[in-house]
Design a protein around this ligand. Structure first.
Ligand code: HEC
Length: 228
């Protein structure tokens, strides 16, 4: 189609005029024209808003006392707190954790990562941090000391979870619950069978059924001396 000058010129003028006036700072305090509303305006409260509805003026309500978020019930005292029904530290594994070679291997690995810098691989408290000064007011404990040998598994779980303040910080944030149990079992294994890392490796490699039972406190007589 052929366009003639007479139609194009007025059109161009209108566009030019519109764009000039439109951008010329016509400020307005009014909200912009809202042609399609959708659900943009609703009768509702937003987070942090003020209200007269409640005495304290807050629209956000605190959960009812004792509320537990889904998945955070932590019902199993043994698993989460290392304690039995009587509230005492337990010397057994939670039902959900099975004692097998895998658990021992996991415990060894996690212990070596998180504990050995201070307590050393064998648990005698001679880790590199200790040996290089470390600035400890109280030196990292020798886990083979007489006092700690009869301690229940739950005790080691608790120490990992809560630390021994102020000298050993808690490891609850770094080590998940199942791993804490694995480490507790490994500490018990070290205590019973001594610092012999070859032995430790052998236990891990062995079939679970052949592996010595570190949750039972009875140590073979031959290893007893070496473990103290
Ligand atoms: C940064 C160094 C450090 C690390 C890492 C560390 N500990 Fe300790 N731990 C200490 C010190 C220091 C003490 C002595 C605390 C005291 O007696 O006040 C101690 C004490 C202990 C005790 C003895 C508690 C008692 O009754 O006297 C146990 C058991 C223990 N640690 C286990 C662990 C385990 C398991 C890990 C790994 C998850 C670990 N520690 C990691 C420094 C450390």
């Amino acid at each position: 189609m052929r366009r003639n000058k007479a139609t194009i010129t007025p059109l161009a003028l209108v566009v030019l005029a519109g764009s000039l006036t439109g951008c010329w700072g016509n400020r307005s305090e009014e909200p912009p024209v809202h042609i399609i509303w959708n659900m943009d305006f609703q009768a509702r409260w937003d987070a942090q808003e003020k209200t007269d509805m409640f005495e304290d003026g807050r629209i956000m309500r605190a959960p009812v006392e004792g509320t537990v978020a889904r998945g955070f019930l932590k019902e199993d005292d043994l698993l989460w707190r290392g304690r039995g029904f009587d509230g005492r530290l337990a010397d057994e594994l939670p039902a959900s954790i099975e004692l097998d070679a895998e658990l021992l291997e996991r415990g060894r690995e996690r212990y070596d990562i998180y504990c050995s810098p201070c307590h050393d691989h064998s648990g005698r408290g001679q880790g590199p941090t200790t040996l290089r000064g470390g600035g400890f007011k109280v030196a990292p404990a020798n886990l083979h000391q007489e006092r700690l040998l009869p301690m229940p598994l739950g005790y080691f779980y608790e120490i990992i979870t809560e630390g021994k303040m102020p000298n050993m910080l808690p490891y609850a944030a770094q080590i998940p619950v199942e791993d804490r149990w694995a480490i507790a079992v490994w500490v018990r294994a070290l205590q019973i069978y001594g610092k012999d890392k070859d032995w430790a490796g052998a236990v891990v490699a062995a079939d679970a059924s052949d592996a010595p039972d570190p949750s039972g406190a009875v140590a073979p007589a031959a290893n007893k001396e070496g473990s103290r």
